[in-house]
Design a protein around this ligand. Structure first.
Ligand SMILES: Cc1cc2nc3c(=O)[nH]c(=O)nc-3n(C[C@H](O)[C@H](O)[C@H](O)COP(=O)(O)OP(=O)(O)OC[C@H]3O[C@@H](n4cnc5c(N)ncnc54)[C@H](O)[C@@H]3O)c2cc1C
Length: 414
């Protein structure tokens, strides 16, 4: 066996990359195995029309006042845009009057308060159980859940929702959040196009199967999305039914983006926001002219996004353009050019966007995060107890898993 390492890391997303940095700095021999031909996973910035960067995955530096990536991004010399998000507002009050916006905000706040109280006193349940029956804002509240959780509230655990730590401070990286993660992880050289298909952990060294041949490691950090673990895309020997079950309880919901270039940007506000509709969950959230750049970022989630992804390429953009034209005017579509749309829900190495716990499964994050026999360690956004579904949660989970692996390894030189 030529390929023998202290630690093999499966997945070069934020979690795997953070783990690799810790282990490399500790002087350990590592290998990072990545199924794609690029690093970053769900953190991915691409260039649009040779003019500006766009984030296909994470874009917002959530909980920026507590986000462990902020000092690293600043030390890297990258610029953070600290103007907050306008998600709750409707620019120009298009189809959503100021009074209605206030009413909606109050209804959401009351709903959130009911969930917080329920998390203290009630058994776990679907968050949708706490909707006020007949409230006209339930559809729009569910739309927001579809962006926030990737799923409507009937599929979201009350206890898990309450465990999420959101300080409400949201920043952005002007050159892209995905690009920032790539810059931080520049010292790591993964093996690309190298999906791990099997992990035999009956003895140390653990043996990993890949299309590029087998390799061995004293410890393995598994940092792949839950939907792949739930579908057993990596065959563990012996099998790990607790992990499969925990992963199945933490599915990646669906949240997708479509980007449109604006030929007449001045007709929409800089850093503006529009909901497509206010009377149903199946609607988009539209961010106009982010950073003052001439584009719109459409954000669609939940069942609506799942259906559009199933309908095939172009369906997401067509839906968004229909909604925008209904708001801004039918001639609007002649003044925009679709740039790109995501397809995380059909991406074979993600199968979704970010994790939420199903009702009754709030304990699954701790089960998934627990090491196995001091040789298998689990990282990834879904394993973080309070920053799950985010890139900073993924990063922190990678550091935690690397420290667990270091504690289990024999000292250097032995
Ligand atoms: C549309 C969208 C918007 C988002 N917005 C935000 C946001 O604004 N702010 C925020 O903080 N977060 C956001 N997120 C979530 C954030 O991007 C993720 O939580 C985070 O990037 C996950 O990192 P990870 O390392 O856990 O997983 P991933 O990034 O998915 O990394 C896992 C890696 O494992 C690889 N892999 C899979 N199977 C195998 C295998 N068998 N062998 C080897 N490699 C394998 C994958 O290719 C991938 O590179 C968003 C995500 C999406 C999709």
């Amino acid at each position: 066996m030529d390929d023998m390492f202290d630690v093999a890391i499966v997945g070069a997303g934020a979690a795997g990359l953070a783990a690799a940095l810790v282990l490399q700095r500790a002087g350990r021999s590592i290998v990072v195995l990545e199924a794609r031909a690029r690093a970053g996973g769900r953190a991915h910035t691409f260039e649009a029309r040779g003019q500006f960067p766009l984030d296909a995955g994470c874009g917002w530096v959530h909980s920026a006042d507590q986000n462990p990536l902020v000092p690293l991004i600043e030390a890297e010399g990258l610029t953070l845009e600290k103007n907050g998000a306008n998600w709750g507002r409707q620019s120009g009050d298009h189809g959503f009057s100021a009074a209605e916006q206030k009413e909606f905000a109050e209804a959401f706040e009351a709903f959130d308060a009911r969930l917080a109280a329920a998390a203290i006193k009630d058994a776990d349940a679907p968050a949708a159980n706490y909707f006020e029956p007949g409230c006209r804002w339930n559809g729009l509240i569910d739309a927001v859940s579809s962006y926030y959780n990737g799923a409507e509230f009937d599929r979201v655990s009350v206890l898990d929702y309450a465990a999420y730590l959101d300080t409400g401070v949201n920043w952005r990286v002007t050159s892209g959040y995905g690009a920032a993660v790539a810059a931080l992880a520049a010292p790591i050289m993964p093996r690309f196009s190298c999906p791990v298909t099997g992990i035999d952990h009956r003895r140390v060294p653990v043996r990993l199967a890949t299309p590029q041949g087998p390799l061995e490691a004293r410890a393995v950090i598994i940092a792949v999305p839950t939907n792949l673990l739930a579908k057993e895309r990596i065959a563990f020997t012996p099998s790990l039914p607790d992990k499969t079950e925990a992963a199945a309880g933490l599915p990646l919901g669906t949240a997708e983006k479509a980007f449109f270039y604006l030929e007449q940007p001045e007709e929409l506000p800089i850093e503006g926001h529009l909901f497509g509709r206010i009377d149903r969950a199946a609607t988009g959230s539209y961010h106009t002219r982010p950073f003052g750049r001439p584009y719109i970022e459409a954000f669609l989630g939940g069942r609506n996004a799942e259906d559009l992804i199933r309908a095939g390429e172009g369906a997401l953009s067509a839906f968004a353009l229909d909604e925008l034209s209904a708001l801004v005017g039918s001639s609007f579509r002649r003044r925009v050019v679709p740039i790109a749309e995501t397809g995380w829900g059909r991406d074979p190495f993600a199968l979704g966007s970010y994790s939420h716990a199903l009702p009754g499964h709030s304990a699954a994050r701790a089960v998934l995060a627990a090491p196995v026999a001091e040789r298998l360690f689990f990282a990834g956004e879904a394993t973080h107890p309070s920053f799950f579904s985010t890139v900073h949660g993924a990063w922190a989970s990678g550091i935690r898993a690397a420290e667990e692996a270091l504690a289990a390894l024999p000292p250097l030189g032995l």
